[in-house]
Ligand binder design. Structure first.
Ligand code: FAD
Length: 432
């Protein structure tokens, strides 16, 4: 059987590898001039920096770990929650360094209160009027047992507002409370800083037929097979695995003929596609402490900006800092030109480390939401989304079209391992 896989990201690679290993003829059509999709390892600043997916979220039971080991990629644990007390340096809006213990207590209070609310320990679930995270915070339930309101604590403020929005890649208003089915694998967050995800993906794709720079514009299908109309001519096959991201499917730029079933279109429309952008800055030397994994800044700008920094010096010894923006913060910075964004970064670093902070000597920046082949960063559970929407999105059509990609995974959506598993699932559907 001949199968065309659209997309050379992790889901496409997993589908193609599985089908090729089972003896089928497989061609991967990739719109970009590179492999990786929403993983993109950039080495132009020196170290391998992943501008898209960069952490293995939970190595235990994670299908990527044995592959990453075989590929020779290496990773280092990142302590987002300051478990060891010295991994996060936190700063107030004016640049004052916050007390680490107090700050960490605020983080723990948020995580603890959320666990109580969403878990089975305490039956404190809000009623049906609580749809979004904004609604949830409005109930005051999160701080109900506190003598001093948690929301006055800096670590609580940072986690509930800034960290939540950039991790979920969406605003508090759009983020659904309580209906997501995301499962976090155990073992913490591990930055793939040796070789990056490119090394892992290259290992999976070895020997496969990949046609880069081949954007699919339309997919025609009937009982006899599929024909894909691309910028480089038409391609026909017995079946097709579509791994185009949720944002691409939502945009309507990839046409299906006949149109996809209405139930699938509705599901695709209801799932949230988030925004999450990075800027990596290389400085002439390391002027900040090497020990912390993260620098957290509590900006008083609306929306809060320059709040989340990854200290590459800790991980690789290079004079590089990566600043992150998610949700409304990413949308805001995407309107800024490079010069203004960098100036804002440097101004913030000056507040934290003093007036002698130099300008960066080079940088790389992402615009995932403006990229025609991603149109966003990763999916999230949006207000109005219905249980089963991801399964509906994943369903094959006419035994000819098969769907993979992070957004189709019921539990590991928004991740690289979720994408990988979804590709294997789609390939197995074809293999019967
Ligand atoms: C900034 C950012 C940070 C992230 N951080 C993490 C993290 O730390 N850990 C983690 O696990 N996950 C993270 N993620 C999510 C993770 O990167 C994605 O879930 C995963 O890479 C998605 O893989 P995929 O195969 O589903 O989609 P993609 O990687 O997007 O692959 C789809 C492919 O299809 C191609 N394509 C699209 N349309 C067409 C077309 N019309 N014709 C031909 N080709 C087309 C695209 O170019 C792309 O290569 C992050 C993502 C972003 C953007």
């Amino acid at each position: 059987m001949k199968v065309i896989v659209i997309g050379a990201g992790f889901s496409g690679a997993a589908a193609a590898r599985t089908l090729a290993d089972a003896g089928h003829e497989v061609v991967i059509l990739e719109g970009r001039d590179r492999i990786g999709g929403r993983t993109h390892t950039d080495s132009s600043l020196g170290p391998d920096i992943d501008l898209g997916g960069s952490w293995i979220h939970g190595p235990h039971g994670n299908p990527l770990v044995p592959i990453a080991k075989a590929a020779g990629a290496t990773w280092k644990w990142t302590d987002f929650k300051n478990v060891f007390g010295n991994s996060v340096m936190a700063f107030d809006a004016d640049g004052t360094e916050l007390d680490a213990a107090e700050y960490t207590q605020g983080i723990n209070n948020y995580d603890g209160a959320m666990a109580m609310l969403t878990g089975s320990i305490v039956d404190a679930k809000p009623d049906d009027s609580v749809q979004s995270m904004t609604d949830l915070y409005g109930t005051g339930l999160l701080e109900q047992s506190a003598d001093e309101p948690y929301s006055t604590q800096k670590g609580f403020q940072y986690t509930s507002n800034i960290r939540f929005q950039y991790e979920n890649a969406a605003s508090l208003e759009d983020s659904a409370y309580g209906v997501g089915s995301y499962i976090k694998l155990p073992g913490g967050d591990n930055l793939v800083c040796g070789g990056g995800f490119r090394k892992v993906l290259t290992h999976i794709l070895q020997g496969l037929d990949i046609q880069l720079g081949t954007a699919v514009r339309e997919i025609k299908y009937d009982s006899s097979g599929v024909t894909l109309l691309t910028d480089k001519g038409d391609f026909s096959a017995d079946a097709c695995v579509v791994t185009a991201p949720l944002g691409v499917l939502q945009s309507g730029n990839l046409k299906f003929s006949p149109q996809l079933p209405q139930s699938k279109q509705n599901a695709i429309g209801r799932i949230g596609m988030g925004n999450y952008e990075k800027i990596a800055l290389k400085f002439p030397e390391i002027f900040w402490p090497k020990e912390p994994h993260r620098l957290n800044y509590l900006s008083d700008h609306e929306p809060p900006l320059y709040n989340a920094w990854l200290n590459f010096a800790h991980f690789t010894g290079d004079p590089v800092l990566v600043c992150y923006h998610g949700g409304p913060m990413a949308e805001y910075t995407n309107q800024m030109d490079d010069e203004d964004l960098i100036a804002g970064c440097v101004e913030t670093l000056k507040k934290m480390f003093g007036p002698d902070v130099p300008d960066p000597i080079s940088y790389v920046r992402t615009r995932w939401s403006a990229d025609e082949f991603s149109q966003g960063s990763y999916s999230y559970t949006k207000v109005g989304q219905q249980a089963g929407d991801r399964e509906e999105m994943a369903k094959p059509v006419g035994n000819k079209l098969f769907f993979a990609g992070e957004a189709t995974h019921p539990n590991f959506y928004g991740t690289v391992h979720g994408a990988y598993e979804s590709g294997i699932r789609a390939a197995r559907e074809i293999l019967g």
